[in-house]
Design a protein. Structure first.
Length: 335
């Protein structure tokens, strides 16, 4: 793995080679208004950075189209984004392909950020019986054996979606109520999926992510657990969230996220750091998105920070104002 700071410095050097287009103090050019074409060295340095050991940036992205506005296009996303969870579905260039929607132009842009910029793409779904009508045909599943048969079939269907669409993993949104696919049954699903993907799987490069509620086990199979720490008031709240699973999940696999769908205009709610600080270096009130990026649990470096409906941050001036600040705060570039 290349050294993180060397990676960032290299990215800046590459960007300076196109100084007529963009000035650089880090990998992100916050003045982006239209997509730029950089050198292949820039993109190689970007991919090397993504492959290095660092705290990642994560976004649930939705509303994408082939519109003229980069605010709802894959090409408008920050270059340094590590993981993009496809909240708006999976675009395809094949009409009628299962579990996708047909839009060749959007598909082309998605593949560009994946293959050229190194952004990892995850399939996101709510893993409940009620959201998967074909499972209802086999209910009731009364015995553990019957339930495992269904969980395995469901797990196989998720894996097919990932592999058939050349995605980088899956993101299971665990917010289930009144459904037998929760508790120990959900852990069984994770354990089954974890044999195939994630850190203990046959294909560890594929991500196995759970977001939402804390789970009852199976953390060792997860690439990341993503906490929906929406409206978090400060470091104490984030620390408490991590402490719930600290015995089972190392800090470098714990991601905290803010809801930018609600707070895009302010960068979150007011945030207080562990030392009591409430302000950025330029004297502005520290927002929770940047606060999450700056924060680490007492146990060590966190896995990363991120945003739900992060694309709404594009509406700020400059575009992705708060998300880019967070990227820089979490992994400062060499000046």
């Amino acid at each position: 793995m290349m050294n993180f700071k060397i990676a960032i410095a290299s990215l800046c050097t590459a960007a300076l080679s196109v100084a007529a287009i963009v000035s650089c103090t880090d990998v992100e050019n916050i003045e982006v208004q239209k997509p730029y074409t950089y050198s292949e060295q820039y993109y190689q340095n970007l991919r090397d950075y993504k492959a290095s050991e660092h705290s990642v940036s994560f976004m649930w992205f939705a509303d994408y189209s082939s519109s003229h506005s980069l605010g709802i296009r894959f090409l408008g996303l920050p270059d340094s984004l590590d993981i993009c969870s496809l909240w708006g579905g999976i675009p395809s260039d094949v009409e009628g392909k299962p579990n996708t929607f047909y839009n060749p132009k959007v598909y082309e842009e998605m593949r560009f950020i994946q293959r050229v910029k190194g952004v990892r793409l995850t399939y996101v779904t709510f893993p409940g019986v009620g959201n998967n009508k074909w499972l209802e045909e086999y209910l009731p599943a009364n015995t553990d054996e019957e339930k495992f048969t269904l969980l395995k079939a469901y797990g196989d269907s998720l894996l097919r979606i990932v592999y058939n669409n050349d995605l980088d993993g899956m993101d299971l949104d665990y917010e289930i109520q009144g459904d037998w696919m929760h508790g120990k049954n959900f852990v069984t699903l994770i354990e089954y999926l974890g044999q195939h993907i994630g850190p203990k799987g046959k294909d560890p490069e594929k991500l196995l992510i759970v977001d939402g509620w804390p789970i009852d086990g199976g953390y060792e199979y997860l690439s990341y657990f993503v906490s929906q720490a929406y409206s978090s008031w400060g470091a104490g709240d984030l620390q408490n969230r991590y402490n719930e699973m600290a015995a089972y999940l190392p800090p470098e696999r714990f991601i905290v996220t803010e809801n930018m769908g609600d707070y895009y205009s302010t960068g979150g709610v007011g945030f207080t750091e562990a030392d009591g600080n409430q302000y950025t270096e330029n004297g502005e009130r520290l927002g929770s998105l940047e606060g999450m990026a700056r924060w680490n649990p007492t146990q060590g470096r966190k896995g990363g920070f991120g945003a739900f409906f992060g694309q709404r941050d594009y509406n700020n001036n400059p575009p992705y104002k708060y998300f880019r600040r967070g990227i820089q705060a979490q992994n400062p570039a060499i000046k």
